[in-house]
Design a protein around this ligand. Structure first.
Ligand code: M6R
Length: 604
């Protein structure tokens, strides 16, 4: 997804801007560019290195704006890359988001004699600001934004006012960094960490002027905003690769520590209870709910599906799971005794955010499970729980997904203990969470075996992942991870659905990954595996340690420890993360940044 970085201070801007862009690389992009007042614009298609080759350290100027573009309007060409300029080549704009009424604005600008060189909506915005610029950049941006429909995080500079960056936000995140020798702005706080941990998050409707020694924030309507600086909790070291070849492997190997961080200080073992500070004040509301609607996208939605099994079984709470992109556009019959639980790693996913806003309009309380502290979803929810998974850089989400399920297990104890959950069950679940990191370590220790299995399976073109009960969404998650990391076609199915269609596809070229933990549907899974074997399809089973029955049926088995059923899906999904990683590596793919994908989907 597009990234913005800006700096105004006392140091030479170009190396700072380039470094800022490099920290935003993980979000996914296809071109990049910078603008430095007095020195103009430099752009390049492809990696930041292509841009860096065009920039020498001798570029003067101590302020500038920079951008990584992920094409939405127009092909990924140099012309379409940001920054874009106005007609008089005085105003320069970098922009994340989508200007929905750009065609209309473009037509009316054309009538005024303005010409266009690119296919982008951002050029329209730059030209509009240029038309409205009469010596005051802030006013020009303000008056232009009154005409704009859509979403934006934007940074604007003028050659005539080189020590000022005007930034504005509506639906696309921006954060100001308070540095020692100047101020910074970025679309992602991780880009600021090497300069400062003191940041100010902008809200939707904010417009700010950033200068070397000061910044000021108002709303588009002109109301002053005195917002306090907050501290970023993450270290730069946490964002680096830590000796691993890829972030994806680093983040998978970090899962045991992630779980420890997610549960730290939150479990009350002797009482079989949990304490979630972010939900204090809302316990009565949560325990008196008639229904919880979990809304999310992608893997976070699959985590939510696992959560459905958990909440219904352990918290006695009916749950629906809604893909945020569907929920926001469908007519939903609102149960006033329900609430929304939004699950999001980034806290910036556009559809999830829209779902929360809709639910608020419907009069519902909204809760969140969010990883990125201070993100929009975290701030807009009534209350919520932070995952504490640390920064997740790889586009394929792994440790964050695990921590989402862990939080839902904790929430089920929080709610369940106020409802029907016994002290004994509460204690068992708390103990299961304490023991979870070791169970996960046991799976991670098998990574060489899983690498060997990956090499054996890497050339198949299609896969089915299959599971029952809470392992059905785990099958969906395993299939999604294989798709995004290796580009292999994979589908997830509930075991019981196999004979309703998908079994027709199976033959010796179509392997099945089957989750068969020793739970109450184990025998059903064994029957499914027998049916698959009868069609000659290779079967890779993820089974509990010591299970000889499946090992006789399967072509390959990955054994995972048998743990409490509430956390078994977590332990079972780990091999599929390693499988996707090692198949991706065997295929020589960019596993951290798969094609066409972006870390945080801030446009719908
Ligand atoms: O940041 P979010 O958790 O809201 O992101 C949701 C999805 O975009 C995300 O889980 C996506 O599906 C991942 N690439 C999956 O690995």
């Amino acid at each position: 997804m597009c990234g913005i970085f800006g700096y105004v201070g006392s140091h030479t801007a170009s190396p700072i801007l380039l470094e800022g862009l490099r920290t935003l690389e993980y979000r996914g992009y296809d071109s990049a560019g910078i603008f430095i007042p007095g020195s103009g614009v430099v752009k390049a298609v492809g990696p930041i290195d292509n841009l860096a080759k065009k920039i020498t350290d001798t570029i003067p100027g101590t302020s500038g704006i920079a951008h990584t573009r992920w094409a939405t309007h127009g092909a990924p060409t140099e012309a379409n890359a940001h920054p874009h300029k106005d007609q008089s080549e005085n105003v320069f704009v970098v922009h994340n988001g989508i200007i929905e009424n750009y065609s209309l604005l473009k037509e009316s600008l054309k009538v005024q004699g303005i010409t266009f060189e690119t296919d982008t909506d951002t050029e329209v915005l730059a030209k509009l600001i240029g038309v409205n610029y009469h010596g005051d950049l802030l006013e020009a941006v303000k008056s232009s934004l009154q005409l704009v429909q859509g979403t934006y995080g934007l940074a604007v500079m003028s050659d005539r006012d080189p020590d000022k960056i005007v930034v504005a936000r509506l639906g696309s995140p921006l954060v100001i960094g308070i540095g020692k020798d100047g101020h910074l702005v970025a679309s992602d706080p991780s880009a600021l960490v090497s300069h400062t941990k003191d940041v100010v998050y902008l809200n939707d409707g904010d417009i700010a002027v950033i200068e070397k020694d000061q910044y000021s924030i108002t709303t588009l309507k002109g109301e002053n905003q005195n917002r306090k600086a907050e501290k970023i909790e993450w270290d730069l070291e946490e964002i680096k690769k830590d000796g691993y070849d890829h972030y994806l492997l680093k983040e998978i190997m970090e899962i045991p520590t992630t779980v420890e961080n997610t549960i730290r200080g939150r479990l009350i073992s002797d009482k079989g209870r949990v304490k979630l500070g972010g939900l204090e004040g809302y316990i009565d509301k949560l325990t008196s709910l008639h229904r919880l609607t979990i809304t999310a996208c992608g893997s976070a939605a699959y985590a939510g599906e696992v959560g459905r099994y958990i909440f219904e079984e352990y918290a006695d709470l009916p749950v629906s799971v809604e893909l945020a992109s569907e929920y926001r556009y469908r007519t939903s019959l609102v149960d006033p005794k329900s609430a929304i639980l939004a699950v999001s790693q980034s806290g910036e996913t556009a559809d999830t955010l829209a779902a929360i806003r809709l639910a608020k309009k419907q009069g519902l309380n909204t809760f969140g499970i969010v990883n990125v502290v201070g993100s929009t979803i975290a701030r807009e929810n009534d209350a919520g729980v932070y995952n504490h998974a640390g920064p997740e850089v790889s586009i394929a989400s792994t440790k964050a997904v695990i921590s989402q399920v862990v939080v839902m297990a904790m929430m089920s104890v929080l709610i369940g203990r106020e409802r029907k959950m016994s002290l004994e069950t509460g204690k068992e679940i708390v103990q299961a969470l304490v023991e979870l990191p070791n169970a996960i370590k046991n799976v991670l220790e098998q990574k060489s075996d899983i690498e060997a299995i990956a090499k054996k399976y890497k050339d198949y073109r299609d896969f089915v992942f299959m599971g029952r009960n809470a392992h059905f969404p785990i099958a969906l998650e395993g299939a999604l991870k294989l798709k995004e990391v290796t580009y292999i076609h994979a589908e997830g199915y509930a075991g019981g659905e196999l004979k309703h269609g998908p079994i027709a596809m199976l033959d010796k070229n179509f392997p099945v990954v089957a989750f068969a933990p020793q739970d109450h549907v184990y025998e059903k899974m064994v029957s499914n595996i027998e049916e698959i074997k009868a069609r000659g399809a290779p079967v890779l089973v993820i089974a509990n340690t010591g299970d000889d029955q499946v090992s006789r049926l399967a072509d390959d088995v990955i054994y995972v420890p048998r743990v409490h059923s509430i956390v078994q899906p977590i332990v079972s999904v780990i091999p599929t993360y390693l499988l996707a990683y090692y198949i991706g590596i065997a295929k020589d793919l960019n596993v951290d940044r798969p094609r066409n994908l972006t870390k945080s989907v801030t446009v719908e």
